[in-house]
Every structure is written in C-alpha cells, then in structure tokens.
Design a protein around this ligand. Structure first.
Ligand SMILES: *Cc1c(COP(=O)(O)O)cnc(C)c1O
Length: 387
C-alpha cells in the first residue's frame, strides 16, 4: 500500500534535496564548505526576512528554543509567555528550568492571543524583559498576530521571541519589518528537510541582551556560533549532509519566491478548510494558520479510531489532536510548497471515507466537490490576474 503523510512535520523531502544530501560529505574546514555556509546564510536571511544573523544549530527546533532562553535571559528575569497550546507551554517549561520568572498568558486552545491582554499585562507588570510567543501553534492550528505583538514590543521596548518552527515559510513573518528580535525554526517543517537542524535569527537588541545573560552555555552559545560564522565556519562538526540539502532548498525557495510560496499555502489551506466545512466538520482554530487545518470531531466519533482506520485502510496519516484534544480534534497538514492540490484531494477523500465508515451523517463526496470547486475558483482567479 502507498503511504501518504499529512502530519505537520516531518514534511516531504524533494528528490532534488535528497540528491543534494547524498553527495560526498564536504569537510567542514574546507573552502567549499565555507562557500556553502555563506550561501546558506544569505538564503536564510531571505527566508527569515532579516538583515541580522541567522544561526544554524545542530538540534531539533526545541534545541534552538532552549538556546534562546539560555543565551538571552538570566535567572530571575521576568517574561510574558503566550500559552495557547502545547508549544506555547514549552516556553513556560523552558523558563521554569532556567529560573526565568515567567508570567503565562493563558489563551483557550483554538484561539489566538488578544493583543489588549498582552498590552495590559505589560502595563501592570514591571520590568518585563521579553514576550515569548508561538507563530503558528501546531497543536491547535492557530496563527498569532506577530505583527501586532511586534508593534507592542517596540513600543514597550521588550524583546519579542517567536517560535516559528512550523510557521516559517508557510505564513508570512517579517522579522525585521515587524520588529521581531528572535525567530526560531527547525528543518523538518516548512523547510522540507529531514529533522536535525534548527535556526535562530538574532536582532541587535537580542545580541545586547545576550551580553548580560548570566546563564552558563557551551555547545549552544550564540556567541561562538556567530564568531565562527563570520569566518565561514561552525564551532563544532555540523550536520554537513543536512546543510547540503539546506543549500539546495534555499536556492529553490529564492527561485520561487516567498510570496508565491505563501500564496500556495493559502490556497492549500483554503481548499482544505472548504472541504472540511462541506463535510460538516467545524474548524477548531478561530484564526487558522496555513500550516494545518485543525477540525473538531463530530459527536460520537473518536479521532484516534478514525485516524487509525485511515492509516490502516488507506495508508493516509493525519495527526491526532494533542493533550486534552486528543481524539477530539484532528490536524491535517498542508505544509511545505511541495504539498500540492492533488495531495490535498487524497487527504480529503480519505477523510470522507473514514467519516462515512464511522457513520458520520453527511453526503459522501461533498468534501471532494468543495475542494475541487475551491481549486477551480483559485485557478480561475489566478488566470484572470495573470491575463
Ligand atoms: C514541531 C514544533 C516544535 C518542536 O520542534 P522539534 O523540532 O520537535 O524540537 C516547536 N514549536 C512548534 C510550533 C512546532 O510545530
């Protein structure tokens, strides 16, 4: 049986990237490697929409989240963390581990943070050093308004640190223009690489904060990463094969252009949302991200059972809800520009069959009809605007 993966990471790796990663390993103290690293740095600045340094760490995304806390904050520093799902909660867990005094702004799962609540919290709490947020909250499918948070952070002169592990490369995130100090991402989501690399952009304000941070650090020192990068080196042996794949995908991303990539994600997301609505499912995210579509399960159908059936009988993997929403929501990813309309048609048709199998009351084919209509409409609009 063929298998189809619609989990929000790891995402599909293109044949070109696979080929790039299978080339002979460059030694990391060679001129070729340095040239590649410089190219990669330019590509990362394009992807992150920043003129600042983007550091590459050999870890998963959470490693870069931890590195950010370690390098920029000190025990006793006060921060706000927006917690609207599992990944927002990770910021709180990290702060707790490192003795950072964290005030959690709890947002109901499925909702985005209300900016006024953050503004009030900055007003009523003295000496807040940073706001920690998620861009696209992968556990709920919600997109937070990073532009508004950036404006607030600049007005109040606090750092804005954003976990964009799933969102970068799918939803627009203008690091410099929106005043974001740190953006963290990982290789296995929007970048469509295997897992194993993490990236972090660091603003001038964030560098100044790193100078006063009292946390001990060694492998994950931003300073070491930066001074090596300036010489075209990495402080330790990097994941060379992954970097070769990164060089390839960044070329592709620059060739296609971020705007086109964001627009593609918007169409895939719009089409998937339209299909799920037509099947009588309710969207879980009130302000949905284009990374994934999170929907509530109808009364009487357990998401876990449905997904197990879809995997076993159709070879289609969709992600379960997380934590208290396990079984109650499911999450269909459309992440990475290589995911196309026909992929989403497969996801929708498998979901329809699964729902029908478990007795959901709807017209079989309504999801497929809706996704086809949506895709047809966006193609027509495209042609009109091109012509
Ligand atoms: C996947 C993900 C992470 C965790 O990344 P790892 O690479 O598994 O460490 C963090 N935040 C968000 C929003 C994610 O989607």
């Amino acid at each position: 049986m063929k298998s189809y993966n619609f989990a929000p990471g790891p995402t599909p790796v293109t044949a070109e990237v696979t080929a790039a990663m299978s080339r002979p390993i460059l030694t990391h103290r060679s001129a070729e490697f340095s040239a590649m690293l410089r190219e990669v740095s330019d590509g990362l600045r394009y992807l992150f929409q920043t003129k600042n340094d983007v550091l590459t760490l050999t870890s998963s995304g959470s490693g870069a989240m931890e590195a950010t806390i370690v390098n920029l904050l000190s025990p006793g520093d006060k921060v706000l963390a927006i917690v609207s799902g599992k990944f927002g909660a990770r910021w709180v867990e990290l702060c707790d581990v490192y003795g950072v005094d964290v005030i959690a702004i709890d947002v109901p799962w499925g909702e985005a943070v209300n900016i006024d609540v953050v503004a009030n919290s900055l007003q009523t709490n003295d000496n807040i050093k940073a706001i920690l947020s998620t861009h696209s909250e992968t556990s709920t499918g919600v997109l937070h308004d990073i532009e508004a948070l950036g404006a607030l952070a600049r007005e109040r002169d606090v750092l804005l640190i954003v976990d964009a592990v799933s969102g970068l490369g799918a939803n627009d995130l203008r690091t410099d223009a929106w005043g974001v100090d740190v953006v963290v991402t990982g290789s296995q989501k929007g970048l469509m690489l295997p897992p194993g690399l993490a990236f972090v952009s660091v603003s001038q304000r964030a560098w100044r904060a790193s100078e006063t941070s009292r946390n001990p650090r060694y492998y994950f020192s931003f300073d070491r990463a930066k001074s090596s990068l300036e010489k075209g080196l990495t402080p330790y042996t990097p994941a060379v094969s992954l970097l070769m794949g990164l060089a390839e995908i960044l070329h592709e991303i620059q060739r296609i252009g971020l705007e086109t990539i964001f627009a593609h994600h918007a169409v895939m997301a719009g089409a998937t949302r339209a299909a799920t609505r037509a099947m009588g499912l309710e969207l879980f995210a009130k302000t949905p991200s284009n990374v994934l579509t999170s929907v509530k399960m109808p009364e009487g159908i357990d998401g876990g059972e449905l997904l197990k059936h879809m995997k076993q009988c159709y070879g289609v993997t969709i992600a379960n809800g997380m934590e208290q929403y396990k079984g109650k929501t499911i999450r269909i990813a459309h992440l990475g520009y290589a995911v196309d309309a026909f992929d989403m048609i497969i996801a929708v048709s498998a979901l329809e069959r699964g729902l029908a199998f478990f007795g959901h009351n709807f017209e079989l084919g309504s999801g497929l009809s809706a996704i086809q209509q949506f895709l047809h409409m966006s193609e027509t609009i495209d042609r009109a605007s091109a012509g």
